[in-house]
Design a protein around this ligand. Structure first.
Ligand SMILES: [Zn+2]
Length: 442
């Protein structure tokens, strides 16, 4: 009903064509059929939900669960490995945090991924271990960053025959929310050809811009002429320069108020030099680059990396073939004008503010004035819908654009008191917020 009402009588400020500038079609397609822990309020409620799903599955099938948010659980801790083992038995089970940067594995999944006390942390990842007592050194089950991604990848992929149904479900989900374009931010090599096939069959309900992971970008670019079309386009490469605030892996300039000892400043994943090289690689392929950077340290590294590009290449990117920073949840004041000065686009997800308010108060209580400073970015020269883009990071957060409008305009959840808004002076008006959804790159 709400959708119908919106379509019949759209607010004047709402652009006719909306663009979701940061989403993940393959994950969304999977998530629409996967068990979600969204809305759970405790470890025990989460475990009950997991046990109930496990009981309905065929023996030996992997159970993958998403949207765990321990910050929202009464206990404010992850489940223990024993607790998860009791809920799942010998079935390999992986529980993904809502931000996709942490995975909790049961004993069967750890064994399948060959992770035990002798396994070293992978580059860019952490295998959390018991710190004392008789089990000292044993993996707790919690895996962060690269360790989380590689373990999640051990679970069997859906058969190719199910991919098409999942992608179609994801596209239809976004189209029903009013989107006419979306940008996919870690596109596997098979996605472009699959979308092109859907378009040929008249089953592509929105335009899609793709960003492939940097390691795959040359291979994906090599095939682009076989699948690109007016409605499906390769836009660039994607890199990760840090993690997330919730996992305390976002790279921050000032130490966290509350974090594990080895994550005082989060976890930098790339140097400015590596960022320069990544941008150079993409620009030479005539592509843009999307850089995941959540903490102010990562944002600064990205800006430094782009500032070091040879000047001939600095001229080759533009709002239509952009170098983008994704997320930019914390930005040091000195770095705000550098976006416009360097021609860097900010691709942000205001709806994350609504989800992260508690985490922000705990992690960076002294620096809330650095959080998501959209008004200052606009004042420094970024243009809504052109170089300041809104999206949701679906399926990490639901894709309803109204959530981001709410966050951008009020900087708090509707039920919260005004004084609990995060740095309210950075609020923008509704028309400006909607304009940030008016992007067209494809
Ligand atoms: Zn994302």
């Amino acid at each position: 009903m709400t959708t119908t009402r919106t379509l019949i009588n759209p607010p004047a400020a709402r652009p006719a064509e909306l663009c979701e500038s940061h989403g993940h079609l393959p994950w969304l397609g999977k998530a629409l059929s996967m068990l979600s822990l969204e809305g759970c309020t405790s470890v025990h409620e989460s475990l009950d939900r997991i046990a109930a799903r496990a009981a309905t599955m065929i023996p030996d099938a992997w159970l993958q669960v998403h949207s765990a948010r321990y910050e929202g659980w009464n206990e404010r801790r992850w489940m223990t490995r024993d607790e998860l083992d009791r809920a799942t038995g010998a079935r390999p089970t992986l529980v993904m945090s809502f931000d996709h940067h942490a995975v909790f594995a049961n004993s069967a999944a750890l064994a399948a991924a060959s992770i035990d006390r002798s396994t070293p942390d992978p580059a860019g990842g952490i295998i959390e271990r018991v710190s004392s007592g008789p089990n000292s050194g044993e993996p707790t089950g919690l895996l962060l960053e690269a360790a989380a991604f590689s373990t999640w990848a051990v679970a069997p992929e859906p058969p190719e025959s199910r991919r098409q149904a999942q992608i179609t479900a994801a596209l239809d989900h976004l189209a029903a929310l009013g989107f006419k374009e979306m940008h996919d931010l870690a596109s596997p090599h098979w996605l472009g050809p699959l979308l092109a096939m859907l378009e040929r069959e008249n089953r592509l309900p929105l335009r899609v811009g793709l960003y492939g992971l940097l390691d795959d970008i040359e291979a994906i670019a090599a095939t682009r002429t076989t699948w690109e079309s007016p409605r499906v386009r390769l836009l660039g490469g994607k890199i990760f320069t840090d993690g997330t605030l919730n996992s305390r892996t976002a790279w921050v300039l000032e130490p966290y108020a509350e974090s594990p000892p080895d994550l005082r400043h989060g976890k930098p994943l790339m140097t400015p030099r590596q960022i320069t090289d990544s941008a150079e690689k993409c620009l030479r392929l005539n592509l843009g680059l999307a850089m995941h950077a959540i903490g102010d340290g990562a944002v600064r590294a990205c800006l430094d990396g782009i500032a070091s590009l040879p000047s001939s290449l600095r001229l080759s990117f533009s709002p239509s073939l952009p170098i983008r920073i994704e997320h930019a949840e914390l930005i040091a004041p000195a770095d705000i004008p550098r976006f416009a000065e360097l021609g860097v686009t900010a691709s942000v997800q205001p709806c994350h503010l609504l989800a992260d308010i508690e985490a922000l108060h705990r992690a960076v209580p002294g620096q809330l004035d650095r959080v998501m400073p959209w008004k200052s970015l606009i004042n420094s020269g970024l243009m809504p819908g052109k170089t300041l883009l809104f999206g949701s990071d679906v399926p990490i957060v639901r894709a309803n654009p109204e959530d981001s409008i709410e966050a951008a305009v009020s900087r708090r959840r509707p039920e919260m008191h005004e004084r609990d808004a995060i740095h309210a002076t950075e609020a923008i008006d509704q028309a400006t917020a909607w304009a940030c959804f008016g992007t067209r790159m494809v």
